[in-house]
Design a protein around this ligand. Structure first.
Ligand code: CTP
Ligand code: CA
Length: 224
């Protein structure tokens, strides 16, 4: 019995996970995006689902789709679509995990017709997208937990801690780019967990399902 309850340690909890890349339309046939695979978001969704949570994955186009009876997929394309879906779900959630690689900018105008090839150069005007984690961070209720991700190439710890504070996260997961086998597209990852209160924890290079388990343990260790 004790074993069973430990296994279902997120039973009754509602979890939202943003995952994968966003696509920002340039015209009807082209978009701006990034290399996010959604593998980390999918691993997290499965880990929560297996532990009994009701999981909502707001999933960017082309990202890995986790399948489990406790997982509902909400497909989206742009950062703006992702924000709308996340904002709708947020108030009912206990835990929100911001694992998506949201495009920071999108074309100011998505052309209605396919842009024809013309001069030697083409300039696209980009405008800043809404920051989903920051925006929902302002609305976070006392019982709610927010977890963010950071992918940095320099001053990693400094930037991660800055984002933890600015976006009102309880925990942020820093993805280390410096180690082989870590980051986008890979099946392994090396992370450091930073907490609002308490010391950081660094993992070894591990498969993403084991990284997901570490992140869930980190969440369980948060003060309530
Ligand atoms: N994030 C978000 N909405 C955005 C941009 C980022 O929800 N428009 C979330 C990411 O899902 C991640 C965290 O914010 O959990 C940090 O994302 P990151 O791209 O590292 O941070 P930025 O604030 O965009 O800063 P920069 O890209 O300049 O480092
Ligand atoms: Ca960014």
């Amino acid at each position: 019995i004790a074993h069973f309850s430990a296994e279902k340690s997120f039973a009754g909890q509602k979890v939202m996970i943003t995952s994968g890349p966003t696509q920002e339309a340039i015209d009807p046939v082209r978009f701006i995006s990034n290399h996010s695979s959604g593998k980390m978001g999918a691993a997290l969704a499965l880990a929560f689902a297996k532990k009994g949570a009701e999981v909502h994955v707001i999933l960017g186009e082309g990202a890995v789709k986790p399948a489990h009876q406790n997982i509902q997929i909400h497909p989206v394309r742009s950062a703006s679509d992702m924000f709308q879906k996340a904002e709708n779900l947020h108030s009912q959630m206990d835990i929100s995990v911001f694992a998506a690689a949201v495009a920071d900018y999108s074309p100011k105008i998505a052309a209605v017709e396919k842009i024809k090839k013309q001069g030697e150069t083409l300039t696209l005007e980009l405008v800043k997208n809404i920051d989903i984690a920051l925006n929902l961070g302002y609305k976070k209720l006392p019982h709610q937990i927010h977890v963010g991700f950071a992918l940095e190439t320099e001053n990693e710890a400094f930037h991660a801690k800055e984002k933890l504070a600015k976006k009102n996260f309880d925990m942020i997961v820093l993805n280390s780019m410096k180690d082989a086998g870590a980051g986008f597209k890979h099946d392994t990852n090396k992370v450091t967990l930073f907490f609002k209160t308490g010391n950081p924890q660094t993992s070894k290079v591990l498969p993403k399902d084991q990284i997901a388990e570490l992140i869930l343990s980190g969440i369980k260790s948060l003060p309530v």
